[in-house]
Design a protein around this ligand. Structure first.
Ligand SMILES: NC(=O)c1ccc[n+]([C@@H]2O[C@H](COP(=O)([O-])OP(=O)(O)OC[C@H]3O[C@@H](n4cnc5c(N)ncnc54)[C@H](O)[C@@H]3O)[C@@H](O)[C@H]2O)c1
Length: 293
């Protein structure tokens, strides 16, 4: 594996570090020696798995705090107490179906939570010495709307067109990040990742759900006709890309999403049945349902 260069900020707050991507990112930064201090702040929602950080607890550079990103006083205190000069925000409510059933917690954590982090960053980093700092927001390519088959891949130059309460909350957060950068001078960047897969993903997400359903001989639920297009990136590739981006001296405002590996959910579910794991996965079929909002 190519070694990532050290990050430009050396004392990092990683929010949502007990979640799927967060736990891999924290592991990557500590194992590769990219930072001198790494503090995880996570409120431990249903989506978190604290045991994924167990092996890091003996690392003297690591600290875990259970807390909410909406608690601005807590974040400000942590930035000051630990002398932190970077925030990578991975804390969010992330499951689209849940956002359709109840958007409240999505607006709270994904929008108000980001505003709270930005305010804490502004107060601590922009008030005094103008300390070299970095705020990085992990967004999603879903803020640009769906990809149609055959459509050119999208990047951050495209207009925002969120389609679900989840992607709308992420889009709102991106706009707050841009506003705090332009208005107050918070040194901020955004990355737009495509769908992510890999070890430790919550079983409610498509790929783990499809695998477990197929292993049980049950059909895989797919929205609409399953022909809408998604692209996927492995979580370790994403964490390496993030680290490389955060190591760059010249600050670009945005890291485009990885829209490689594009395929349709119906095709993905089919591939899971017909790929190398075929011997273990019974062919149970793909069940298409109504298109989601
Ligand atoms: N997984 C994907 O396919 C994907 C794709 C693109 C972008 N993203 C983005 O990457 C980030 C991480 O995604 P993930 O899949 O690891 O999510 P996840 O749901 O696995 O983990 C989210 C973590 O955030 C924590 N959290 C939620 N609300 C919080 C709050 N108010 N305060 C503190 N902690 C809180 C949870 O406890 C959990 O540990 C999210 O911002 C998501 O929008 C994910």
């Amino acid at each position: 594996m190519m070694r990532s260069p050290e990050l430009q900020t050396r004392r990092l707050l990683v929010t949502g570090g007990a979640g799927f991507i967060g736990s891999h990112f924290v592991e990557h930064c500590l194992e590769q020696g990219l930072v001198e201090r790494l503090v995880v702040l996570d409120s431990l929602t249903y989506a978190a798995d604290l045991s994924s950080l167990d092996e890091l607890r003996i690392n003297s550079r690591f600290r875990f705090i259970q807390g909410d990103i909406c608690n601005q006083a807590l974040v400000e205190g942590l930035l000051r107490e630990e002398g932190l000069d970077g925030i990578v925000n991975l804390a969010a409510e992330t499951h689209v179906d849940r956002s359709i059933r109840n958007a409240d917690v999505f607006v709270r954590s994904n929008v108000l939570g980001v505003k709270s982090l930005l305010e804490a960053a502004r107060k601590v980093w922009c008030a005094g010495s103008g300390l070299n700092h970095r705020f990085h927001q992990v967004s999603t390519d879903e803020v640009f709307g769906p990809l149609a088959p055959g459509m050119p891949l999208r990047d951050e130059s495209q207009p925002y067109a969120p389609q679900s309460p989840y992607s709308a909350s992420k889009a709102a957060a991106d706009h707050l990040v841009m506003a705090w950068r332009n208005t107050y001078g918070v040194q901020a960047s955004i990355s737009y990742s495509s769908n992510v897969y890999g070890p430790r993903q919550h079983p409610e997400k498509l790929i783990p759900l499809a695998i477990s359903r197929l292993l049980e001989g049950r059909p895989v639920p797919v929205y609409g006709d399953g022909q809408h297009v998604r692209s996927w990136i492995h979580v370790q590739d994403l964490c390496r890309a993030l680290a490389q981006f955060l190591a760059r001296r010249r600050r670009q405002p945005a890291l485009p999403g990885g829209r490689r590996g594009v395929f349709e959910p119906a095709g993905a579910a089919d591939a899971l049945q017909g790929g190398r794991g075929r011997a273990h996965i019974p062919r149970a079929g793909v069940r298409c349902g109504p298109a989601r909002a």
